[in-house]
Design a protein around this ligand. Structure first.
Ligand code: ADP
Ligand code: ADP
Ligand code: MG
Length: 543
């Protein structure tokens, strides 16, 4: 196989492919006979941010256990206990030598942010303040709490705060520590773009602030990874079987090679085809049959605690409508107006659509197997059509027999997307489908959603904060702005270019397109390009 999928190949006939030459060598660590083997280690670099880009299940956590000194790698001889001297011998003369020497001498302290923040409430009883105060080793907690906007939930119980709040609390708890090595396993799930930018800046500042701190970040939002990291390791292999972590690359080359599916230095194909972005022509909605037309609407909660103004517009049949805007701005409220679950204060809706809804925080913790759950939603379950359209691109084969409550975050996300698309509905609304999916899975989910819309004449609205996903997915864009938790305004759906310009102008961020691959890249704030594009009012598409 090409090393991306274990059981079946979602792409047609693959002939491949040179085995990586790394596999001729002994692995850095092997868990047992025929068990997972890890080749290569990332290189923590004092004073800088190192990124890792690659699928889940490829050995990133294993590598971090080693770099945190919690496990001595056995260099493939799993009968022997690992020995730091041997590991040092292996990495002598490489960028890892200094780091491993300090590690061997017990001089490395580690702070980490776990991948699945949803599990924190199971491990910690108490409120936000109690959790955070134990981590305040640098005296930086107050600043972190303010900049991450955690103050409003300081006295709330950890098990009562939202996923986006948990994510920011977990990041603050990690960055508040005084460590030599910081490991952050995904920083963006449940955060909007503004919050993602703030987190990226905090990590950068911490790396720049003291020359002996190393930051290692696993991240699947490529725009953020691109902005944040100084160097990048690509990870590839076969999830669950083996993983290879490459030598460090420049961030630009690393991401470009990853998207291209071919690693230049390694002379290694990791995917049969490239992930491509349309360079200058954003998709123009072709069909214009209207699904719904709606007038100006308002809706407020309580006595005006939150107020949403919706400008009237229309949604086309079988289009994919991207929905962007900060958290707490009224996106879910609009969905509830469309379903009829909420009545507008002003304006009238003379329809109630059947909406199939995938919420942002997925709550399917029943004790039920995945196959039984999905079969209870659609009669099509198990048909070859359903398998091709839904199960295969979402890689559900491997989880069908598992219990919903045992699924990892990424598995749960894919089951929830499948469940949403399997409903019979007028409008499909997916709230943050990218959360916890790796890049490969995001691209597949995107393909599945697009194909589903085309083949079923289905209309899909996708709320997401991953610009790459929105760029690949959406025909048109609906932009929300305002003041989160106070007031929101929903603009009518508009073309991608105009919509992205409005959205990014509000955030004061500009994007350019990578010359080689056409992928969107965030301009460094204050750079010449950034200023030029702002002057021209071209926040998204330049050139
Ligand atoms: P990632 O962090 O990239 O998702 P991990 O390092 O957590 O990957 O896991 C890589 C593989 O190693 C997985 O298939 C996992 O099941 C396996 N693995 C992890 N820990 C152990 C262990 N203690 N014993 C055996 N296999 C393990
Ligand atoms: P989004 O989906 O954009 O994140 P929502 O529509 O869920 O935003 O919420 C917008 C604002 O309205 C938030 O401040 C939220 O706390 C508030 N809100 C949502 N539902 C209710 C409700 N039933 N009662 C009071 N306030 C609510
Ligand atoms: Mg919402």
């Amino acid at each position: 196989t090409c090393g991306i999928c274990v059981n079946s190949c979602p792409f047609d006939a693959i002939e491949i492919i040179n085995l990586p030459s790394e596999l001729d060598d002994d692995p850095v660590h092997r868990y047992g006979d025929n068990a997972f083997s890890l080749y290569g280690l990332p290189t923590p670099e004092p004073g800088s941010v190192t990124g890792i880009l690659g699928p889940n299940g490829i050995g990133k956590s294993t590598a971090v256990h080693a770099l945190a000194g919690e496990m001595v790698p056995n260099l493939g001889d799993h009968a022997a206990d690992g020995d730091w001297e041997c590991v040092l011998d292996r990495f002598r003369g490489t960028g890892l030598q200094n780091y491993l020497e300090s590690l061997k001498d017990g001089e490395v302290t580690v702070a980490r942010k776990p991948q699945y923040v949803d599990q924190i409430p199971n491990q910690f009883d108490g409120n936000t303040r109690e959790l955070l105060e134990r981590t305040d080793e640098r005296g930086a907690l107050d600043d972190l709490v303010d900049r991450l906007n955690i103050r409003p939930v300081m006295d709330q119980d950890i098990d009562s705060i939202s996923g986006g709040e948990l994510q920011r609390v977990a990041i603050a708890a990690c960055l508040a520590r005084d460590a030599d090595f910081y490991f952050l396993d995904e920083i963006t799930p449940y955060l909007d773009i503004g919050q993602r930018m703030i987190v990226a800046r905090l990590i950068r500042e911490l790396a720049d602030d003291a020359a002996d701190r190393s930051m290692l970040v696993v991240e699947h939002d490529l725009a953020i990874l691109d902005l944040l990291a100084d160097t990048l390791h690509v990870a590839y292999g076969e999830p669950g079987a083996y993983g290879v972590i490459t030598d460090p690359k420049s961030v630009r080359n690393g991401i470009n090679e990853y998207l291209k599916g071919y690693l230049d230095n390694e002379n290694m194909r990791i995917r049969p085809s490239a992930i491509t972005f349309e360079e200058h022509a954003p998709r123009v909605a072709s069909r214009s049959e209207t699904l719904i037309e709606y007038p100006d609407l308002t809706k407020s909660y309580g006595d005006g605690e939150f107020e949403l103004h919706v400008e009237g517009g229309e949604i086309n049949r079988s289009e994919v409508l991207g929905v962007v805007g900060p958290n707490g701005i009224g996106k879910s409220t609009l969905a509830k107006l469309f379903t009829g679950d909420l009545e507008p204060d002003e304006g009238e809706l003379d329809f109630a659509l059947d909406i199939s809804y995938k919420p942002q925080y997925i709550d399917i913790d029943q004790h039920m197997r995945v196959d039984a759950f999905l079969a209870s939603i659609t009669d099509e379950f198990g048909s070859s059509y359903w398998n091709t359209e839904i199960a295969q691109p979402l890689q559900l084969e491997r989880v069908m027999e598992q219990n919903l409550s045992d699924l990892s975050g990424g598995e749960r996300q894919r089951v929830a997307i499948a469940a949403c698309l399997s409903e019979d509905a007028d409008l499909y609304l997916l709230d943050e489908p990218s959360a916890h999916l790796d890049v490969e899975q995001r691209v597949r989910a995107t393909t599945a959603i697009r194909r589903y819309a085309e083949n079923h004449d289905a209309t899909v609205m996708v709320v997401d904060h991953d610009i790459y996903m929105i760029d690949l997915l959406a025909d048109r864009l609906m932009v929300f702005d305002g003041e989160p938790a106070e007031r929101g305004r929903a603009a009518p759906p508009q073309e991608m270019r105009a919509g992205m310009n409005d959205f990014l102008a509000d955030l004061d961020i500009t994007f350019r397109r990578d010359e080689r691959t056409g992928r969107p890249r965030i301009n460094k704030p204050g750079s010449q390009l950034d200023s030029q594009q702002k002057r021209d009012g071209e926040y998204y598409y330049s050139g």
